[in-house]
Design a protein around this ligand. Structure first.
Ligand SMILES: *Cc1c(COP(=O)(O)O)cnc(C)c1O
Length: 316
């Protein structure tokens, strides 16, 4: 049901009933312009009755990085936030694939102008259901956007800064109106940066090639994991470097990756068919390995997943 929500969220240092987590409407004006967030996923393993949260410490470290860049003070330790998330998942009995979204914003900004730096920040963590689409056969068609990806001279592309997302949203709206599923943005140098909200990679001549972290991309935790898997588990050579749009046209495989995108195969770019127009073999191998890791059935799961056991309540 669309109006379903979990029982609790975590706000200003404690669990709060969903209905009770309200702010005054005048706080909306400036509080969100400098907000930053994280997107984290937990995957449900029914056999073990356990939620596997993917790379939770890395996501919380990036939240701290995001807050630092926009000068929001962080009043909690990362261990405290980790415990808050585990307790929230437990209280909400999240026995299904779950998205976890911490959001930090400057608080009590009502009536004030946008000032130099926020003296105070509030932190909200909420959860919602988000089923996986890995290995479902879902694919996308991409266009190169007429919008340019924000550059490091304008906004901080490497962090999850809320105001960055207008850039990707404009690109997505354009792509969808033009009959595509997803937009790829070039950076001001004309090189491929990323998709709106996900990183981009391609397979060409047996190598996995992806824009490097100074190409105006977000420092993606999924991208980092997939590069490790490709190198160490699949034995594929990886190149992180500037990427031309025409290289993508000639690629054997293209996919996007990220917490929300997971691994999404891209079968067309600007109406050029990629490979044979279906999910390619390397993409499929990555998807299979990634799926096993996320669900706790791979040797890498232990290092990369935080486990939250959630036994079903026994009804007498
Ligand atoms: C979150 C995000 C990604 C993917 O990063 P992950 O850490 O893998 O989730 C890529 N691009 C943008 C713009 C993002 O916001």
């Amino acid at each position: 049901m669309a109006d379903q929500h979990p029982k609790y969220l975590w706000w200003r240092g404690e669990q709060v009933r969903w209905e009770d987590a309200t702010v005054h409407v005048t706080d909306l004006a400036w509080s969100t312009v400098g907000a930053v967030f994280e997107g984290i996923r937990g995957y449900w393993n029914e056999d073990q009755e356990t939620l596997f949260i993917f790379r939770l410490p890395e996501h919380l470290a990036r939240l701290a990085d995001s807050m630092k860049v926009v000068r929001l003070p962080l009043a909690y330790s990362l261990d405290e936030l980790q415990s808050a998330i585990i307790d929230l998942i437990t209280a909400n009995e999240s026995r299904e694939d779950t998205y976890i979204r911490p959001l930090a914003y400057s608080s009590r900004s009502s009536g004030k102008r946008l000032s130099a730096a926020a003296a105070e920040a509030d932190l909200l963590i909420n959860t919602n259901v988000m089923p996986t689409h890995l290995l479902t056969g879902y694919t996308q068609k991409a266009r190169i956007s007429s919008w340019t990806r924000i550059s490091d001279t304008v906004m901080p592309p490497r962090i999850k800064n809320i105001s960055n997302y207008r850039n990707g949203q404009l690109a997505t709206m354009e792509a969808v109106q033009d009959g595509y599923d997803v937009a790829f943005l070039l950076n001001p140098q004309g090189k491929v940066a990323e998709a709106s909200g996900a990183c981009v990679a391609m397979i060409r001549r047996g190598k996995l090639i992806t824009p490097d972290v100074t190409s105006g991309i977000l420092e993606s935790i999924t991208r980092d994991a997939l590069l490790t898997i490709a190198r160490e588990d699949l034995g594929i050579e990886v190149e992180e470097r500037p990427v031309d749009r025409t290289e993508m046209y000639l690629a054997d495989e293209v996919f996007t990756c990220g917490t929300a995108a997971e691994i999404t195969p891209v079968v067309e770019v600007d109406r050029y068919q990629i490979g044979d127009g279906e999910t390619g073999p390397v993409t499929k191998a990555l998807e299979q390995k990634f799926q096993a890791i996320l669900h706790g059935t791979d040797p890498r799961s232990e290092a990369w997943c935080t486990l939250v056991p959630l036994r079903a309540a026994v009804h007498a």
